[in-house]
Design a binder for this molecule. Structure first.
Ligand SMILES: [Fe+2]
Length: 718
């Protein structure tokens, strides 16, 4: 377990704004704190050279530590329900368990006047009822992913406990229902109680988390009077659960379970929950859902006015552990802005973060130690939850990701994987995106940074001060507002440089109720490790249709000229110039590299990511998907390699519709936009790794810098 870590309450802040830090130090050990600005965050001694600048503050120095626990597992919580029922109680719910054989899982837990009542799945997989130490259970276990009605009767007047389990989709040959009664002397139930749904209260925390869907949990008095009934089809976009009973005992959801899930009455005819919410009255709970850790604030930074816009981190260390907690600083409101802005892809960072890859921590440990890089990885710290690249323990996909938890694989001074290239860095996210910052800094190009979260919040206004917007190595996830802001920026004559691969691919939308969370529904096509279940392709946050922007109607090709078409291992290959490089429209690209920039000539054949500029995930041009007719392909990085395969959304039959050289490549694209703007797209995820070789003086870096300088020039493109 990580000995010293934490998180921030926001991805970015302007000078003068406050960022709060929540820190956990095991055994309450004190730690030392300092702040740094990163120019190059790559720890590889054979890479471009790690560069951090100390940024002293009055917070620096030794600080008292406090251990704060992370507790995954989602549930619903109702803090007060009047449960006076002289004859007894009846509890019921409709459930779709996904791991009935996992062990004890509580569907509904009530604590009232010192009496603990649990309607649960027993360790044998059947429904069970316990009232304090009295217990009755059904021996027939439930089947996974099928609907059941379960009900418990607590007859205090006659001293009887009864549990019932009824399959709603009976199989015939399999016995998966039953009822069981027990005569026992029972305490009277009277008072105001606390109710947990999908977990039970244990001390001050939740335990025995349930996995699967729950619909219509309800409590009645034995004389038939309804006490509470939670209708999960109400408030689907929120973290509130609505009681339609007489007490209006509404509750809150904890740890972001998944809503807008098909219910037991789903007909199959409706796929958009907004059209028939009553068929979407189920919530899917998981024992590994993680919302916010809920830690208390350890310190807060008011970003000093003289801090330049850029990549920053709070560095924590003591004898037991070390961490860098990243954040991004924007220029103060009203301050003079640079011409160039770098868009930090914090939506993509957050969607990827906490990607548990079993064995990764052990695999990188030796190299990370020798580099002085951070050692902790999500697989070593499952307490912080999962990424949307993981599946839950019950096999369902992780659709929601929170930033209010330590995102251990989204740190500076970190390697992500064992790079197969000699002297390769194996970097991702902040570390490889910092190559662009390092490169601009060394070239003396003034630049600001802003984040995806700023772009979503402010729309076009966030981009308006800038002439040139540089998008990062892997800007894969965007909301509709972000896509529209980028389109508007280009329509107004903005210049966009996309230096990555597999960009502008999936929709991700934030929650209004829980702004720290993003949701991704992996509908229809797309390279993905899980797929949405049938009928569940509409987001709970905002109710929009999920999936690929290409399928929703805003393909990357239309925005930047190329789109995802092939993927393979983390290997990099060179580009070759095409005849397009001779076009007078792109003469500015070849200044100082005239001899190297000849059709057919190779460049980008070295790099700190996979060993070359074209690799890992590649984007090609295709007019059918929206590449503009004036787009010029100036270079191609064709990768014909056993491990590089097509994206499944291109496959209609067992043969790819186009020749392999046309899709298994990165197309370097340039085109002018109507108001004097332009777009340059590299189309490869290892491209930024090809900038550093030769002190950022190689052909790939020179060509790209020529683009930066021309894009900074206000002279309109033809
Ligand atoms: Fe990706």
């Amino acid at each position: 377990m990580h000995q010293l870590t934490g998180y921030v309450d926001r991805w970015s802040a302007r000078a003068g704004e406050r960022i709060r830090f929540m820190i956990s130090s095991v055994e309450d050990r004190p730690y030392s704190l300092r702040f740094v600005r990163h120019l190059c965050a790559d720890p590889n001694p054979d890479g471009p050279g790690y560069r951090e600048i100390a940024m002293p503050t009055r917070l620096d120095g030794s600080r008292a530590g406090k251990f704060q626990a992370a507790r995954p597992g989602s549930y619903g919580r109702i803090d007060a329900l009047a449960l006076t029922a002289p004859g007894g109680l009846r509890l019921a719910a409709t459930i779709w368990p996904t791991l009935p054989s996992l062990g004890r899982q509580v569907v509904m837990g009530i604590d009232v006047a010192g009496v603990a009542i649990r309607l649960e799945i027993s360790s044998h997989g059947g429904a069970a009822l316990s009232v304090d130490t009295h217990r009755v259970e059904i021996s027939a276990s439930m089947l996974a992913r099928r609907w059941y009605g379960i009900a418990a009767t607590i007859d205090t007047a006659n001293g009887t406990l009864l549990i019932e389990q009824k399959p709603l989709q009976p199989v015939g040959a399999i016995v998966d229902g039953g009822r069981q009664a027990l005569r026992v002397k029972l305490p009277t139930i009277a008072g105001t109680g606390r109710v947990f749904i999908a977990a039970a209260l244990h001390g001050n925390t939740a335990e025995a988390h349930y996995n699967g869907k729950i619909e219509q949990p309800r409590i009645a008095a034995l004389d038939g009077i309804r006490l509470a009934e939670w209708d999960f089809s109400k408030g689907i976009a929120t973290q509130r659960i609505v009681d339609i009973g007489p007490q209006s005992a509404h509750g809150l959801l904890v740890n972001l379970p998944t809503r807008a899930m098909t219910g037991s009455n789903w007909s199959g005819a409706i796929h958009d929950w907004k059209s028939a919410p009553e068929q979407y009255g189920a919530i899917h709970f998981h024992n590994d859902d993680m919302g916010e850790c809920g830690w208390s604030e350890s310190f807060a930074l008011d970003v000093p006015n003289d801090w330049p816009s850029g990549f920053y981190a709070a560095h924590l260390s003591n004898g037991a552990g070390e961490d860098y907690i990243p954040f991004f600083v924007r220029p103060a409101r009203g301050a003079r802005k640079a011409d160039v802005a770098f868009l930090v892809p914090t939506f993509s960072y957050q969607v990827y973060s906490s990607f548990v890859r079993p064995g990764r921590g052990a695999e990188i440990r030796e190299r990370a130690l020798s580099w002085g890089a951070l050692l902790e990885t999500p697989d070593l710290n499952p307490q912080f939850g999962l990424s949307t690249y993981n599946s839950h323990a019950d096999g369902s996909g992780v659709a929601i990701t929170s930033m209010l938890r330590p995102q251990l694989d989204t740190r500076p001074r970190q390697m992500s994987l064992m790079d197969p290239a000699p002297k390769g860095s194996g970097t991702g996210r902040i570390n490889c995106d910092s190559y662009v910052i390092d490169w601009l800094d060394r070239a003396g190009i003034a630049h600001d940074v802003l984040t995806d979260h700023d772009l979503h919040e402010e729309g076009l206004a966030a981009l308006e001060p800038y002439r040139v917007l540089i998008c990062a190595q892997h800007p894969e996830y965007h909301s509709l507002r972000m896509m529209e802001a980028l389109e508007q920026f280009l329509r107004r004559g903005g210049r966009l440089m996309y230096l990555g691969g597999n960009g502008f691919y999936w929709r991700a939308e934030p929650s209004i109720d829980a702004p720290h969370a993003l949701e991704v529904r992996r509908a229809e096509g797309g390279i993905r490790v899980w797929a949405t279940e049938v009928g569940e392709s509409y987001h709970q946050f905002g109710g929009v249709y999920g999936g690929l922007w290409r399928r929703i109607g805003k393909p990357a090709h239309g925005l930047v000229g190329n789109g995802f078409s092939t993927q393979g291992r983390h290997l990099g290959f060179p580009y070759n110039f095409t005849e397009g490089i001779r076009d007078p429209r792109v003469r500015f690209m070849t200044a100082g590299i005239e001899n190297a920039a000849a059709p057919g000539a190779v460049f980008g054949d070295s790099g700190v990511m996979g060993g070359g500029a074209a690799g890992f995930e590649l984007d090609s041009a295709d007019p059918r998907y929206g590449t503009p007719p004036n787009a010029l392909v100036v270079a191609k990085g064709v990768v014909i390699h056993d491990d590089f395969r097509w994206v499944n959304e291109d496959m209609l039959i067992h043969r790819h519709p186009r020749p392999q050289e046309e899709w298994s490549c990165a197309d370097m694209v340039f085109f002018e936009t109507p108001a004097g703007g332009a777009v340059f797209s590299a189309g490869s995820m290892t491209y930024v790794g090809a900038l550093p070789p030769d002190g950022y003086g190689n052909v790939c870096a020179k060509l790209t810098m020529n683009v930066v300088r021309r894009f900074m020039d206000p002279t309109p493109f033809a």
